[in-house]
Design a protein around this ligand. Structure first.
Ligand code: GTP
Length: 609
């Protein structure tokens, strides 16, 4: 395939505006998948993606499409040429914007999908700028025009005023009814430039992504920027210097299809005998072992915004959890994992995630795909503390701080984000109040049109990780849209909040909070714990403390829980069943000191911010 007949493009949009459905239609239209293949959103392969209706990992598919264009010298005016189109689906949720920028690196253009009824939303703005900064050709697609509330002209006006996109360039589609879809691929071919690489230059391959396959081992998704990659080639990694052999090379059509070769501008996969995806560094350049080339500009490494401890729900399962995590991280290299131990919970792991949804998805996959039962500790953001000896430390686990930090800590900083919020004008007041409560600083406030306001805020990351988005949605009857990118650290007045059970601090329950919020959070934490910890044979005292100062206190009085109390008659099987059930319930408990804490308690702590 000469590069002139190749187009690499991506679909970007705000969540739920219809990217995956549009991708499905294009795959059907080109015969890549059969119509009505029974599984909507073909490219959303993970079970969590299907369950939650979100795209987590970007997937790629190659399509073939016949089209004639006047200037296509390669078609020799002998009818339509067969184009090779690589479609790269991207995730819509803010946690995964890192995946979006990865996908865009292999593209020359993007379809910017906007819901005809909802108009431009926060992630439309964020994704537009990602594409714009990567110099991609942007084709606006106004989708869902079948909806009764669709207002394509209004959306065109927004695209013009916000992004200076020409209204006459917009395509109007319904991925549901199929209306307008026939214009999409011709627009891709005619408007998006062919990949710019050189066929006669030494090979340079950009590593886009990787995953682990039971049978084939590590499979790398790659874009061939210059030269050609053939099966059997000896290739080296610019990042590690490691040499490999290209054992299999091919395209995603959409399943892996071996082609033995990938030419300049093509996107596909290579299997090279890597043992773990850790060897496949995203953004790395692969080249022919005997040549010398300038490595391609790589990607910024993924930034971990949220950290939490993961412990086996049953202490003896550490090895099983270790194995499950190793397998899962083979497929999700964006999680950082280090071993840690907690006095309360034993051996476990400290994991860094891109955001809370990413964390949830990781937990869900551990349970669903590997049957692991885990207890996760309260998520925390990475703070920086400066100690009196002048050393600075990034703290990812509150337990690592001394309980009375004031003795040694001279300054602390917390990470912040730059947030974009788009809301109907009538909610402006309540959103400003919410952001002020969350220690936000307003940077911009304007109107997109007569009905909707656009705001930019700098907010501490700590204040948005837990439930900011939910609260924003409920304050605005679901109409707010929100996106953020990480910004700098800011100096802050932080304290460590300890939770004590019967006078003993529980390291896994410690949190770091802003001093002004410590009292409220401490109160809420002990109240929540009181509700979820069952009465036991002895009295339990619950305390929240900053250093040696107790700021909230509750007591759970003693009581023996008799599971047989409900069993009047002497039915032995029923009695046995109940006892079994009680045993089952205990499995999900953690004994901390002498107190049994249900897994639920850790979940409840998560919800306090
Ligand atoms: P993420 O992958 O989570 O970012 O979402 P997405 O943008 O890929 O959206 P998806 O394709 O999953 O579509 C979201 C919802 O909109 C689904 O329920 C689709 O059936 C529906 N939908 C998609 N296109 C259309 C359309 O043209 N018209 C109507 N009425 N509904 C549509």
């Amino acid at each position: 395939y000469p590069p002139e007949l190749i187009r690499n493009f991506s679909i970007i949009a705000h969540i739920d505006h219809g990217k995956s459905t549009l991708a499905d239609r294009l795959l059907e239209l080109t015969g890549t998948i059969k119509k009505g293949h029974g599984q909507p959103q073909y490219l959303d392969k993970l079970q969590v993606e299907r369950e939650r209706g979100i795209t987590v990992k970007a997937q790629t598919a190659t399509m073939f499409y016949k089209h004639s264009i006047q200037e296509a010298s390669c078609s020799d005016d002998q009818g339509p040429a067969n184009f090779l189109l690589n479609l790269i689906d991207t995730p819509g949720h803010v946690d995964f914007s890192y995946e979006v920028s990865r996908s865009l690196a292999a593209c020359q253009g993007a379809l910017l999908v906007v819901d005809a009824a909802q108009g431009v939303q926060a992630q439309t703005v964020a994704n537009f700028y990602l594409a714009f900064e990567s110099n991609l050709t942007i084709i606006p697609v106004i989708n869902k025009i079948d909806q009764p509330t669709a207002d394509p002209d209004g959306v065109k006006a927004q695209l013009k005023s916000m992004f200076d996109l020409d209204p006459s360039d917009a395509l109007l589609t319904s991925a549901k009814t199929g209306e307008g879809l026939e214009q999409v691929l011709p627009a891709v071919i005619e408007r998006i430039p062919a990949p710019p690489g050189k066929s006669d230059s030494p090979l340079r391959v950009l590593l886009l992504d990787s995953y682990y396959d039971e049978y084939k081992g590590v499979i790398c998704h790659v874009a061939v920027v210059d030269g050609a990659l053939r099966k059997g080639d000896k290739i080296s990694s610019a990042a590690t210097g490691q040499a490999y052999e290209a054992l299999d090379v091919g395209i995603m059509h959409p399943e892996l299809k071996s082609t033995g070769m990938l030419l300049t501008g093509q996107v596909g996969y290579v299997v090279s005998g890597m043992r773990s995806t850790k060897e496949a560094r995203v953004g790395d350049t692969l080249f022919h072992s005997r040549s010398t080339v300038e490595p391609l500009p790589g990607f910024k490494p993924a930034k971990h915004m949220v950290f939490s401890g993961l412990y086996p729900a049953d202490g003896s399962d550490f090895e099983a959890l270790n194995h499950a995590i190793e397998r899962l991280t083979c497929n999700d290299a964006s999680v950082s994992i280090t071993k840690e131990s907690s006095t309360a919970l034993g051996l476990g792991f400290r994991c860094g995630f891109l955001g809370l949804l990413h964390m949830d998805v990781f937990h869900q996959r551990l349970e669903q795909e590997y049957g692991a039962h885990v207890i996760s500790t309260v998520p925390t953001v990475p703070y920086i503390f400066e100690y009196s000896d002048g050393s600075k430390l990034q703290v990812e686990n509150p337990a690592a701080l001394p309980s009375n930090p004031k003795q040694r800590v001279t300054a602390c900083w917390e990470p912040t984000v730059m947030a974009t919020i788009i809301i109907p004008s009538q909610y402006v007041g309540s959103v400003i109040t919410l952001c002020a409560e969350r220690r936000g600083q307003q940077l911009e406030y304007s109107f997109i049109d007569s009905q909707r306001a656009f705001m930019k805020y700098r907010l501490p990351l700590r204040e948005i990780v837990v439930d900011f988005y939910n609260e924003l949605k409920s304050l605005t009857s679901g109409y707010a849209s929100f996106d953020y990118e990480d910004a700098d650290y800011q100096e802050s007045d932080l304290v460590k909040l300890d939770i004590l059970l019967n006078g003993q601090p529980v390291d896994a329950m410690a949190t770091i909070v802003h001093k002004l919020k410590a009292y409220r959070v401490g109160r809420e934490l002990v109240d929540k714990l009181k509700k979820v910890i069952d009465r036991q044979m002895f009295e339990i005292s619950l305390q929240a403390a900053i250093g040696s100062k107790v700021i909230a206190r509750e007591t759970i009085s003693a009581m023996r829980k008799n599971v047989l109390a409900k069993c009047y008659g002497g039915d032995v099987t029923r009695k046995r069943k109940l006892l079994e059930k009680q045993k089952e319930g205990k499995k999900r408990m953690k004994r901390v000191g002498s107190v049994d804490i249900p897994q639920e308690a850790f979940h409840e702590l998560l919800k306090v911010s």
